[in-house]
Design a protein around this ligand. Structure first.
Ligand SMILES: [Zn+2]
Ligand SMILES: [Zn+2]
Length: 294
């Protein structure tokens, strides 16, 4: 008779009603509210300028701050620079850096497996946004332990809600100062809600599009793919197959002609003494690499 052991029980899948409600509100406001305001009042150059500025600032907060700095330690920087990146990233409404980066570390460690929080093998919609609508059954504190050592990460976690609100109030105040309450509402809708919707979806494309469609010039050991088109929307994060192969490299697009504004910003910060210890895979290692460093 063969002795058997009980398999480890995975908790049942349950809905995360808070996220479902929040994302329904944002999507409805972005898809209906933003065009409706344009129909009745139209947007001003101030609204569009704030939209563009906040798209760039919050997008880079995620790619340079949350992703390359905190999830991958691809460079280091003084605490005040970290704080700036964490405010910018917090404005993107993608959860605290502690939660975001620990999920992302697990994504690399357990890519394409059940424990991968946005496992692309479960389809486009699950990896794009569906994973946020169910409670995480594989959360593991070990992926957050290194991040908890950073006092700036802990600070951002504590003040995450006020940081998010400040990113929505800022365009409202700018609009009010420009031309009154209606202008404030317009700037809030376009540069607050609409911009949040677009940055969220561009980031989500990394987890969905860049694990489903694109080339695999560096590794076929997981589902990651390079997509220059996604890089245009995400400040260079679309070179995801290279990134999965060399995850600590501060560049996602390693060639000089790759569109990777995040690496340009990190390199620019290093020239000004605001970043140091930039990790970079040597060209010869890129050429001879045989297996991914997951
Ligand atoms: Zn990935
Ligand atoms: Zn990564």
């Amino acid at each position: 008779m063969v002795a058997t052991t009980d398999p480890i029980q995975t908790p049942p899948r349950t809905w995360n009603y808070g996220t479902v409600f929040l994302f329904s509100l944002i999507t409805t406001s972005a898809v209906i509210g933003v065009p409706a305001f344009a129909y009745f009042y139209d947007y001003t150059w101030v609204d569009w300028t704030m939209f563009g500025l906040l798209y760039v600032i919050t997008g880079l907060g995620i790619t340079v701050g949350y992703h390359r700095l905190f999830a991958h330690r691809s460079f280091n920087c003084p605490n005040w620079v970290k704080g700036g990146l964490l405010i910018a990233g917090g404005w993107a409404l993608q959860n605290s850096a502690l939660k975001w980066a620990s999920d992302h570390i697990r994504h690399h460690a357990r890519c394409d497996q059940d424990e991968d929080p946005y496992n692309a093998l479960r389809g486009f919609w699950f990896s794009h946004v569906g994973w946020l609508f169910v409670n995480d059954r594989h959360a593991d504190e070990k992926y957050a332990s290194r991040l908890r050592q950073d006092s700036v990460v802990v600070w951002q976690q504590r003040y995450y809600v006020p940081i998010v609100l400040s990113g929505l109030i800022l365009p409202f105040i700018v609009g009010v100062l420009y031309n009154g309450w209606i202008s404030g509402l317009g700037c809030f809708l376009l540069a607050g809600v609409g911009r949040t919707f677009f940055v969220l979806n561009s980031t989500f494309c990394i987890n969905s599009v860049c694990h489903l469609w694109g080339s695999q010039p560096h590794t076929t050991a997981d589902s990651s793919r390079d997509s220059w088109a996604v890089s245009l929307l995400t400040f260079g994060e679309g070179y995801h197959n290279y990134h999965h192969t060399h995850q600590r490299d501060y560049r996602n697009g390693p060639r000089w002609y790759n569109f990777d504004p995040s690496k340009w910003l990190i390199f620019g910060l290093s020239l000004m003494g605001m970043a140091r210890d930039l990790c970079r895979v040597q060209p010869e290692r890129t050429r001879f690499v045989r297996s991914p460093s997951r």
